[in-house]
Ligand binder design. Structure first.
Ligand code: F0G
Length: 455
């Protein structure tokens, strides 16, 4: 198969908007220079997220019609449950409407005030659920993506050992491996790292849980980067990883290849019973969990399609190609690329903009202004904090911009256009100005903040 060829043909199409330069400029002003507030009809290529943005296959669309909308005991649930059990090996399968509902229910049922959850990196919604249970999230990432590690998503096993053996060790209720590590640059966790975490969990009596939202992409990258597993299929590797853990949750808006959905899957019957009690209160009856029967059928089919090697290779090669082209266009790309996104170091491209003037936001907004391309900022707007002593915001550790890749949606020519747009922006980098925040919410400020350009 040629490198980076879409392993599918297109059956249904949706026109994309072509906003003019004036429309883009007025959309930015109307949105308070916050791309979350720009209506999708003003976006040409939308790389804001890979979540809930997948194109479904013909088989998934036909599975929708088989959806059983019975309130209790729907056959759609039986099909979903059987696919998840086959894949994960966990017998307790609980559907939910999206990933954060799974986190809230599972971590809320598991964690008690004073407990600790240790992770390679808690995704921000995971962190919020740990904290709302009165527990403390601790991140111990091993990887430094700038050091080009093939497994930049790993947890630091020495630090995990020290933590478990230390004075706080007895408080650790669970170790969470986010595969792939989205907040840590979308990098994979190696099989050896999961085995190491399993051993430490056994030794110190903690539960090992997976945030498996991108489990298939993680499994594929293992087959590419971990010599011992080079001749296994992504599906085999995924099954082996699930077998090492005690349970998982997932946002199925990613590797479920559908537009909504999530799950909790566990070996522990008692914990699953407690989760189902919560589920009924906040999501729905245990055989639909906030989803329509048809969603469960589309997801069951998506979970079977997503481990296809040809699809996963195309996905990884797409990210690599985009990363290489953006590098040639003059953008500092984090290497190696993973599958779901390409990350740019905005601080390196815009050294004249200090963190409190939001360089990553400035870059994202310029990409929109230049070509109606929408990406997301993962810098001080998202991860920074208002300084309690007044003064400049406490800066995020890094100023990243994420070009997320919706699954099976954009073709190579769309991405060529993205590269052209990025090249124009990079060529004008020294003229780009920073921003100040004029209005912000107390939590999750990036979704609604209103900004003003400086200068
Ligand atoms: N875990 C990970 C690793 C995620 O990336 C996300 C969402 C969630 C949990 C929460 O799932 O959105 O279904 O409630 N990530 C999205 C993103 C929002 O753009 O990366 P959700």
């Amino acid at each position: 198969m040629p490198a980076f060829m879409e392993p599918f043909r297109i059956k249904t199409i949706e026109p994309i908007p072509f906003p003019t330069a004036e429309e883009r400029q007025s959309a930015l002003v109307d949105a308070g220079y916050n791309l979350f507030r720009v209506p999708a009809r003003r976006i040409m290529i939308d790389l804001l997220t890979d979540s809930g943005t997948s194109a479904m296959s013909a088989a998934q669309w036909s599975a929708l019609l088989a959806g059983d909308e019975s309130y209790a005991g729907a056959s759609s649930f039986e099909r979903f449950e059987s696919v998840v059990r086959d894949l994960t090996g966990y017998q307790e399968v609980i559907p939910v409407h999206q990933g954060r509902a799974a986190e809230r229910i599972l971590l809320g049922s598991l964690l008690k005030p004073g407990d600790v959850s240790v992770s390679n990196t808690h995704f921000d919604t995971t962190r919020a659920s740990v904290e709302s249970a009165g527990a403390t999230p601790v991140d111990l990432p091993a990887g430094d993506t700038e050091a080009s590690s093939p497994f930049g998503g790993n947890i630091d096993l020495d630090a995990l050992h020290d933590y478990l053996a230390g004075s706080q060790g007895r408080r650790v209720r669970c170790v969470v491996l986010t595969i792939t590590n989205n907040a840590g640059g979308g990098q994979p966790v190696s099989f050896a790292n999961v085995e190491g975490a399993r051993r430490l969990c056994d030794e110190y009596g903690a539960m090992l849980l997976l945030d498996a939202s991108r489990f298939a992409e993680n499994a594929f990258l293992i087959t590419e980067r971990e010599d011992e597993l080079a001749d296994r299929s992504p599906r085999d590797v995924a099954e082996m990883i699930f077998a090492l853990a005690d349970g998982c949750w997932a946002s199925l808006k990613k590797d479920g290849l559908a537009n909504i959905g999530g799950l909790i899957a566990l070996a522990d019957t008692d914990l699953a019973r407690r989760c189902r009690e919560q589920l009924i209160a906040v999501e729905g009856f245990p055989t639909y969990g906030g989803l329509a029967g048809r969603d469960l059928d589309a997801l069951a089919r998506g979970l079977m399609e997503v481990t296809d090697t040809k699809y996963l290779r195309y996905r990884a090669e797409t990210a690599q190609w985009l990363g290489d082209q953006l590098t040639k266009a003059g953008l500092p790309v984090l290497q190696p690329t993973g599958c779901h996104a390409v990350y740019i170091d905005a601080a390196a491209l815009l050294p004249h903009i200090p963190p409190h003037e939001l360089p990553a936001t400035a870059l994202a907004n310029e990409l929109y202004r230049a070509g109606a391309v929408r990406v997301s900022e993962l810098g001080t707007l998202v991860f920074g904090r208002v300084n309690p002593d007044g003064g400049h915001d406490v800066a995020a550790p890094r100023e990243l911009v994420r070009f997320a890749l919706p699954r099976r949606v954009y073709t190579k020519s769309h991405l060529e256009y993205v590269v052209e747009t990025a090249a124009t922006v990079a060529g004008n980098a020294s003229t780009i100005v920073g921003y100040r925040i004029v209005d912000q919410a107390e939590t999750l400020r990036h979704f609604s903040a209103v900004l003003k350009p400086l200068g």
